[in-house]
Design a protein around this ligand. Sequence first.
Ligand code: PGA
Length: 252
Amino acid sequence: MRKNIVAGNWKCNTNLQDGIELAKAVNKLVVETGDKKATVVLCPPFIHLTKVVELVDSKSVSVGAQNCGAEAKGAFTGEVSAEMVKSTGAGYVILGHSERREYYGETSEILNKKLALALANGLAPIYCCGEALETREAEKQNEWVKKQLDETVFNLTAEEFKKIVIAYEPIWAIGTGKTATTAQAQEMLAYIRQLIAAKFGNEIAEGTSILYGGSCNAKNAEELFSQPDIDGGLIGGASLKAGDFIQIINAF
Ligand code: PGA
């Protein structure tokens, strides 16, 4: 059975002190009231990772980075390698978020290097895909997402792909308060699962956790997560408030 996952993408928010407080608050709520139907992953900024890993109950809360470098090590000022992320005790890494693709020029070529390094270092990539509004309006979203997968994670071996979590995040729904309808999200996630089945077979497709992201919140999570192909969420804004985030975690 595939895992339900609720991952909080804090993005570039919280200084170290605020981040520690947020992680403590989420951890407390998960330990006390979490019903354990979902794996909870906190993805704070890099510099918080070590502290957050130390303070959470590792049986209840996992930790991930929001990115990692495309090179293993060396003269790459400002980069944080997959090995460094792993050495903090983090288990996941978000790769290919639309903000990284758009603002930092991340191409499929770069993402393939990051995916390889993440996997070689034992991190589980949360690989993001999703289309812009004009692509959706032109009804080309399926082709777009297929291309993003074909150029990256579909080049992995089956054994490697089993470690991947997919997050479908339509760009027009991220941080806009405009969630995809439950039907739109379910339809795309079912389509992604079909593509995985065609590439790697049914067993792997059924075992892959596929998340929805984009203005998922305490109010709409339950309906989204009730869909057969939606295995959880990648949560931005609503992961910054422990009280909202726990409601999303418990929405299964
Ligand atoms: P949002 O962000 O929940 O604030 O829309 C989701 C994401 O970008 O991961």
